[in-house]
Design a protein around this ligand. Structure first.
Ligand code: FE2
Length: 270
């Protein structure tokens, strides 16, 4: 059970905590701001998805807290390692759990809810969902993963279509902007699986990896947003105009359309 007081207390803690990472270096501050703003938008996305799924006020507050704290490890990660790449630093989800425990941030929350919050944060960035967790934990993990992806798609598509062509290594993960793309990435997409980060060699591969997130979306309201905001099409626009790329997108966009159809309640039954 999460009351309004818990929620506002945690929001204040978040603001104060992020403030401690204020940095005079404009580049560093920009990346801290990027994650703070991302967090706020993920809170809005999860509330939108939650409302569409008919969650009650208590469940919506829980969802909001999960979104608020999910990337708490990012601030320390960037400050220490100057990168958001977990492989070059440490797992930001696990770091986040450690920070929440060390700061005793969830001390006012009952044990069961605290475990649930920590579990969703821990699993939000795994390639696939955990299989040994409660239904409730799985449900909130799925919502968080959907909300998180909705906003990362916003961040990357805004970036790919930005007016100034200045590059940000923290978003591009320092990948080279070379022509072509990897065959393995293409195969991952055609297999409808999460693109393996080990198959990513250049920026085009990375864009295709972001396309593959569509295979990891859990709820109809999320599919509706992706379609409405044209995320997949916006990524296609910044990839080479080749027959192979078109084939991949035809395949992925067809998958997206089918998801929309299968999730519409069928009133014709009977
Ligand atoms: Fe996130």
């Amino acid at each position: 059970m999460i009351d309004k007081k818990n929620l506002s207390h945690l929001k204040n803690w978040f603001t104060e905590y992020v403030h401690t990472f204020k940095n005079e270096d404009i580049e560093i501050q920009k990346n801290i701001d990027l994650k703070e703003e991302h967090t706020k938008r993920v809170c809005n996305e999860i509330l939108y998805i939650g409302k569409q799924l008919g969650l009650n006020d208590d469940e919506l507050r829980l969802a909001e807290i999960i979104a608020l704290l999910h990337d708490i490890g990012r601030f320390e990660q960037y400050t220490w390692y100057k990168t958001f790449v977990d492989g070059k630093s440490e797992n930001h989800a696990e770091l986040g759990v450690k920070i929440l425990l060390n700061h005793r941030v969830l001390k006012e929350i009952d044990n069961e809810t605290r475990e649930l919050i920590l579990c969703t944060i821990k699993y939000h960035n795994r390639p696939s969902l955990p299989n040994n967790k409660t239904e409730k934990c799985l449900f909130f993990t799925k919502m968080l993963r959907d909300a998180d992806k909705l906003d990362i798609w916003k961040v990357v598509t805004d970036y790919y279509h930005r007016k100034n062509k200045k590059r940000n290594g923290a978003i591009e993960l320092g990948l080279p902007d070379t022509p072509g793309f990897s065959k393995e990435v293409r195969q991952d997409l055609l297999d409808k699986t999460f693109v393996d980060i080990n198959h990513v060699n250049n920026l085009n591969d990375f864009k295709l990896l972001q396309v593959g997130w569509i295979f990891d979306i859990n709820f109809k309201p999320t599919f509706d947003c992706i379609k409405k905001r044209r995320y997949l099409e916006l990524i296609q626009e910044v990839l080479p105009k080749t027959k192979e790329i078109k084939e991949i997108f035809d395949f992925v966009i067809t998958f997206q359309q089918e998801q929309n159809i299968t999730h519409v309640p069928n009133n014709d039954v009977g």
